[in-house]
Design a protein around this ligand. Structure first.
Ligand code: ADP
Length: 482
């Protein structure tokens, strides 16, 4: 069943239920009101009859005779009855009540005159109540005699009959209005859903650039918005996949071309002497080495990203390990005429993979040496720092909520005094294959920082960079202590 049909059916049933409740409510309310109107009408009509009856009673006309004489004038309103002060029927024109006691009560409605009485009683052969109003008209055998008019009480459905037409008109109007409203509502819901469905199908067909226009802040608008952001992510990750394949092919092509060229030269006999042959072989060896390094990096990255590579969960004591890792790079720094200094404060042990963390630190220090200026300095500082989980100042947070312990972090920063990195380059630094101009010449793979990021994040940490052009860069790793 479509949304439209469902909405229309809901509207119709709500309206029908409302109309029924209104009708029942009106009947209940109007029932007492109806009786009052009927009593008033009988009361008005009985007054002239009572006048005539008074004269007849004075002339000793018997009740039955009075009833028959007056009955003619009562047609249309009710039937004449004559009762005594106890409620005993002395004469009755239509209902066969003679000699029955039908009860009597003073009419106490506002505006009723003295001497009026009324009553309501059930008659067995009628399924409705009888209602009467009578007026004291004289005396007979020492008892007060009342002459009255009786009529059947109007039933429930007659009340409905009076208002039924109006109710029906109101119902039809409401139904039409609400059907129009339901149609409009259904359209406003169904249209965007249809558009969303079409967009989903388009994306499934591979048209990743497809979007839905988002209008309004209602649920559908929000759905369209999240659909669009999902589509954007799909598009982006598809693009990244494509770029990745293109990048890898491109990266492999350069060393392969070089290997092909040199080996071709050897095969063609273009390399005559041993020294040239050795140079060609050396180049082939270097290029193959570059390819091997690239492939190894790619493999590491792919495994880290797909979470296939399981990190060791060892106790890692960085206070002991860091100096060794860094010292091994001192010769390289010295070769470049650079100074390597470190400040390793006592650090708590963390759980993690020492080999992988070594890779990260070594990569950062190697970069710092590689991209430094001649005779520059590389400084490694390691210390602990308390940062709460929200990254706010722990002293303030702790005072506010003593039960949240501040998280202990190990912070390792590697600082150089090199050329620095332009601000617009910074966001791309950790992307795969990102290389600065200088690195392209130096022959880096551009995967080192992506791998470092993956490893640090797999340890629950973060890696950030700040840099100032011509002053130097600072890479910082934050590792949580658990
Ligand atoms: P690679 O060093 O193999 O090129 P990385 O992923 O380690 O790849 O680094 C990516 C790029 O980031 C480098 O090519 C370089 O341009 C830039 N970079 C990294 N470290 C530094 C640094 N300390 N100073 C300046 N630039 C840097």
């Amino acid at each position: 069943m479509s949304i439209r049909t469902r909405l229309i059916l809901t509207h119709i049933s709500v309206i029908l239920i409302t109309l029924t409740i209104v009708a029942v409510g009106l009947i209940v309310i109007l029932r007492t009101y109806q009786r009052d109107i009927q009593l008033a009408r009988l009361g008005d009509a009985v007054v002239p009859l009572a006048f005539q009856a008074r004269a007849m009673l004075q002339n000793d006309v018997p009740p039955k005779e009075i009833m028959m004489r007056l009955e003619q004038q009562a047609t249309g309103v009710g039937n004449v009855i004559v009762i005594n002060e106890k409620g005993l029927v002395l004469a009755d024109a239509a209902y066969g009540l003679t000699n029955r006691n039908i009860g009597v009560a003073a009419l106490q409605k506002p505006g009723a005159q003295r001497g009026f009485v009324w009553g309501v009683f059930q008659q067995n052969n009628l399924n409705r109540n009888l209602l009467y109003v009578a007026v004291a008209s004289g005396q007979l055998n020492g008892q007060n005699v009342y002459v009255g008019l009786a009529a059947r009480e109007r039933g429930l459905l007659t009340v409905l009959g009076d208002i039924g037409m109006n109710l029906l008109v109101a119902g039809v109007i409401t139904l039409i209005v609400s059907l129009v409203a339901a149609l409009l509502l259904a359209r406003s819901i169904a249209r965007p859903i249809t558009r969303l469905t079409q967009a989903t199908e388009a994306i499934a067909r591979g048209q990743y650039e497809h979007r839905v226009d988002t209008k309004g802040s209602d649920e559908i608008g929000r759905l369209a918005e999240s659909f669009n952001s999902m589509a954007e992510q799909v598009q982006r990750s598809r693009q990244m996949e494509k770029d990745f394949v293109a990048d890898v092919s491109h990266e492999l092509k350069t060393p392969l071309t070089s290997i092909q060229g040199f080996s071709q030269a050897i095969v063609d006999g273009a390399v005559q002497d041993l020294a040239s042959a050795r140079r060609a072989a050396q180049t082939i060896f270097d290029e193959a080495g570059r390819m091997a390094a690239l492939v190894a990096d790619l493999l590491t990255l792919a495994r880290l990203e797909s979470k296939q590579m399981s990190l060791a969960q060892d106790q890692v004591n960085l206070t002991e390990l860091l100096p060794g890792w860094i010292e091994r790079l001192r010769p390289r720094a010295n070769n470049c005429g650079e100074t390597l200094s470190m400040e390793i404060n006592p650090l708590p042990a963390i759980i993690g993979d020492a080999g992988k963390l070594e890779q990260v630190v070594v990569n950062l220090v190697e970069n710092a040496i590689k991209y430094n200026r001649p005779e520059g300095t590389v400084t490694v500082v390691a210390k602990t720092q308390a940062i709460d989980n929200t990254g706010k100042n722990p002293l303030i947070t702790r005072r506010r909520n003593a039960s949240v312990p501040a998280q202990q972090w190990i912070r390792i920063s590697v600082q150089d005094t090199g050329e620095g990195i332009a601000a617009e380059e910074l966001p791309r630094l950790f992307n795969r294959f990102y290389r600065g101009d200088k690195a392209r010449v130096a022959g880096g793979t551009g995967l080192g920082l992506s791998i470092a990021k993956e490893i640090v994040e797999a340890h629950g940490g973060t890696i950030t960079v700040t840099s100032e052009v011509n002053r130097g860069s600072s890479f910082t790793i934050n590792l949580p202590v658990r």
